[in-house]
Write a protein that binds this ligand. Structure first.
Ligand code: ADP
Ligand code: MG
Length: 203
């Protein structure tokens, strides 16, 4: 589904990613963990085609995205990738019909007419997930999605990820500091010193 080969990225003289090779399968929930500043957000932005690598390859559903023109890339991104960020900026209006179906699925229908500032933090993040689902994306990329939530809302959001996986086979790549979430995912990718760390016991 997603494959990266030798992705590198520098900002000035700082080489953040030094050759990242990853394969993420359809329906997988993968956690990306690592120290602050390790390049997790940078990698997620590159996988999400929001930022370009300096070198290396990225395939999403068989498409080599770095070869696409700006315009084609934007269309590809809209069709294939959903994003959920930590402090989500919700749009005041969302694409209505699909949004209703999704909000229904998440028991958020009665919040349909609420403005973002009338929602709790937990509701905001669930709406952010709903918005990410609107175009039926191949993958949802989430950057510390539960970082600002209390335990109850955090657990609810994490449960939502796993419910979506079991019900619609949704693929997720989640950058997280949350140990429980990392433990619950299918696979944890450790990023350190610009590379994917192999842990003891992994082949
Ligand atoms: P993480 O998400 O793992 O905390 P980031 O990917 O945000 O790490 O950042 C990795 C490193 O790259 C940090 O040292 C950060 O300061 C630097 N960095 C990230 N984005 C930029 C940018 N646009 N310009 C310059 N430096 C950046
Ligand atoms: Mg980050």
């Amino acid at each position: 589904m997603i494959q990266t080969e030798g992705i590198t990225k520098s900002f000035g003289s700082l080489q953040v990613l030094k050759g990242i090779d990853l394969t993420i399968g359809e329906g997988e929930i993968v956690a990306i963990v690592g120290p602050s500043g390790a390049g997790k957000t940078t990698l997620l932005q590159i996988i999400g085609t929001l930022d370009a690598p300096d070198s290396g390859k990225l395939y999403i559903n068989g498409t080599e995205t770095v070869r696409l023109s700006e315009e084609k890339l934007a269309a590809f991104r809209n069709r294939n990738i959903g994003f959920v960020f930590q402090f989500h900026q919700l749009l005041p209006t969302v694409a209505e019909k699909r949004a209703k179906e999704i909000l229904d699925f998440m028991n958020l229908t009665d919040r349909m007419s609420h403005k973002p500032n009338e929602l709790s933090g937990g509701e905001k993040q669930r709406v952010a997930v709903a918005r990410a689902l609107i175009n039926n994306p191949s993958v949802i990329l989430a950057d510390e999605p539960s970082g600002s939530l209390d335990t109850k809302n955090k657990e609810e959001l994490h449960k939502l990820f796993f419910d979506l996986r079991s019900q619609i086979h949704q693929t997720f790549v989640i950058v997280t500091h949350d140990e429980q979430l990392a433990t619950d995912t299918d696979r944890v990718i450790h990023i350190k010193d610009g590379t994917v760390q192999q842990l003891k016991g992994e082949s």
